[in-house]
Design a protein around this ligand. Structure first.
Ligand SMILES: C[S@@+](CC[C@H](N)C(=O)[O-])C[C@H]1O[C@@H](n2cnc3c(N)ncnc32)[C@H](O)[C@@H]1O
Length: 238
């Protein structure tokens, strides 16, 4: 794969090389891992809103192995897509998947090897932002900064597809979710140096940047959620 680049966006770290990224180690097995643990369920959740969005410029953050990118490139055949990931290995897997499933879309995709919140998107550029199982990599102040960075790139009326784990409200599913999350966070912290220790909620941070939740679908009693958010234009935001 040609060297990924960063020309549409700035990294305050300038030319400092990115730290080697823990997800590189998992990249070759990530798809298999997903199939073994979740069968097709995660993919169904990722694709929940794919037919409901229209966009000319799409930002996929932490896209990983590209299971959303390939169908998105079919559904939005004119869209320019920017794919940002801190793992070179994941970007390579996503690119190979797209070359196989929709090779004519390759020229519409910009691959950026960069890490949030260091990476800064070009302001007010993307009318659709997608974070699938990405924001759960962060908690606390880091989560707030990552959401803030992504929001900079959204247009004044931009949409945001947010797919992630959440805590069910019913007691038994909640217990099962706690056990699954405990195992997942330990696994990912050991294998990828994940910064988050536990699941945090990005919703207040999206709201702080002018996004409103317009649709939500849940599966597994609320353990998996897929949400569509839209930014409400504000005279006070650039
Ligand atoms: C849990 S995986 C999710 C992958 C994919 N979006 C999915 O739906 O399964 C998280 C992805 O985010 C990337 N990532 C983690 N931390 C990142 C950061 N700080 N900046 C950019 N990408 C990051 C990882 O390399 C990985 O590809």
């Amino acid at each position: 794969m040609p060297a990924p680049h960063r020309h549409r966006g700035l990294s305050p770290s300038g030319n400092r090389p990115l730290l080697s990224h823990g997800f590189d180690r998992l990249a070759p097995f990530y798809g298999l891992l997903e199939r073994c643990v979740a069968c097709g369920l995660l993919q169904r959740v990722r694709l929940e809103w794919i037919d409901s969005v229209q966009a000319a410029n799409v930002l996929l953050v932490g896209e990983g192995h590209g299971r959303f990118l390939a169908p998105l490139s079919n559904v939005l055949p004119q869209a320019q897509i920017t794919c940002v990931d801190a793992s070179r290995g994941m970007l390579a897997v996503a690119r190979r998947r797209l070359e196989k499933l929709n090779p004519s879309a390759i020229d519409r995709v910009e691959w950026i090897h960069a890490s949030l919140p260091d990476w800064q998107p070009p302001p007010s550029t993307f009318d659709l932002v997608v974070t699938n199982f990405f924001l759960d990599c962060f908690d606390g102040e880091l989560l707030e900064r990552v959401v803030g960075r992504i929001a900079v790139g959204s247009t004044a009326t931009g949409q945001w597809i947010l797919t992630d784990f959440a805590m069910p409200s019913l007691a038994l599913p909640r217990l099962a979710a706690r056990a699954s999350l405990w195992t997942m966070y330990r696994f990912f912290r050991a294998t990828t140096q994940l910064p988050a220790r536990s699941l945090d909620y990005p919703a207040p941070h999206l709201q702080a940047h002018g996004f409103r939740n317009t649709q939500t679908r849940v599966r597994l009693w609320g353990f998996l959620t897929s949400q569509l958010w839209r930014r409400v234009p504000s005279p006070y935001r650039g």
